[in-house]
Design a protein around this ligand. Structure first.
Ligand code: TRP
Length: 333
């Protein structure tokens, strides 16, 4: 039997090429080796997104985006977190096994408290219980599906460790392995994707290239990449140029070598390097963009895909909850 990989995708903001190379592609590679269960963490997003139209649109766009990027809903159980009510029942059970002190130590919560302190505000200002208990809901997502590995970025490792702690507390209490203890799988080797300004591509820096930008916009954004003032004739160092680092993500090895040679030889201006990047990026992204638009133009089809995923997920989730209720002395009758 294959091991189980599970990850949650928070539907906040539109997908950019940093997400594509940093999270989507690595998660899709795991599908060959693992039984994959990937879901849209819409209730996690509710902690911060209170505009219903915006949240609904982001859920659809992110779900469509993953499918357009190659997620095969026949092979991956792909669902919305909100379609699995067992998640919230398990979260309530887990609350009884989660030390408040553990939540106090969660990075995201601590950062919010520190920000309040820095502003001289009340420590609790602007902090809702969804943020405070975020790791418990995430533990429920993970533990519900007997996950072996949880592919996540570095910032989420602490949350997976909390899921381990909580699972162990449950197993210890009932002297039985009721919950499988998961491991985080961190994408260390993944290239950092540079943004338009040379810093890491990130929504919070406002330096992203949207994954599904129309061709014209894609070109415009690439032409806006910040460069130094080296003239056309000057030889240039490829590895310190974010144009080249981005190009490497899209180009075959021999294409990479030949552009690197052009850099070093001199006689190539930044405009030409940007054009090469645009061509390579557009070659990879235009089929994705077309699929994305196709999926979004058929909302009923997308709903059906996600509903089918939930149908496959719920019986697994129901077993976990039944097992725990029984162990705890809370009958299902
Ligand atoms: N917290 C994750 C993030 O912000 C999203 C998430 C929710 C998740 N539930 C999960 C990730 C379960 C892995 C497993 O990106």
């Amino acid at each position: 039997m294959k091991k189980i990989a599970l990850t949650g995708i928070k539907p906040t903001g539109i997908l950019h090429i940093g997400n594509y190379f940093g999270a989507i592609k690595p998660a899709l590679e795991l599908v060959r080796e693992y039984d994959a269960r990937y879901f849209i963490a819409d209730y996690h997003a509710l902690n911060t997104v209170k505009d219903p139209g915006l949240l609904a649109a982001q859920i659809r766009q992110v779900a469509a985006g993953w499918i357009a990027a190659g997620l095969d809903p026949e092979r991956v159980i792909f669902y919305r977190q909100s379609s699995i009510p067992e998640t919230f029942e398990l979260a309530t059970i887990l609350m009884a096994f989660t030390a408040k002190g553990l939540m106090n130590r969660a990075h995201a919560y601590k950062a919010a408290v520190q920000e309040n302190a820095a502003k001289g505000d009340d420590p609790d200002a602007g902090i809702n219980m969804g943020l405070f208990t975020y790791p418990v809901l995430m533990a429920a997502d993970i533990l519900l599906f007997d996950s072996d590995v949880v592919p996540v970025g570095k910032d989420q490792v602490q949350h997976v460790e909390m899921a381990q702690d909580i699972a162990q507390a449950v197993n210890f209490t009932y002297k039985e392995t009721l919950l499988r203890v998961p491991e985080a799988s961190v994408r260390e080797q993944v290239a950092v994707v540079p943004g338009l300004d040379g810093r890491k591509m990130s929504k919070s820096y406002g330096n992203t290239i949207p994954l599904f930008a129309p061709e014209k916009e894609l070109r415009k954004l690439i032409m806006r990449i910040v460069t130094n003032s080296q003239g056309v004739e000057e030889p240039k160092d490829p590895e310190s140029s974010q144009i080249y680092l981005l190009y490497k993500l899209f180009a075959a090895p021999e294409e990479q070598r030949s552009l690197a040679d052009r850099y070093r030889a001199g006689g190539m201006g930044w405009g030409e390097a940007k054009e090469a990047l645009f061509q390579a990026a557009n070659r990879e992204l235009s089929p994705l963009r077309q699929r994305f638009e196709g999926i979004l133009s058929d909302p009923a089809g997308l709903d059906a895909i996600l509903a089918r995923g939930a149908e496959k997920a719920r019986p697994i989730a129901a077993q976990t909850v039944a097992r725990l209720r029984k162990a705890a002395g809370i009958s299902s009758g």
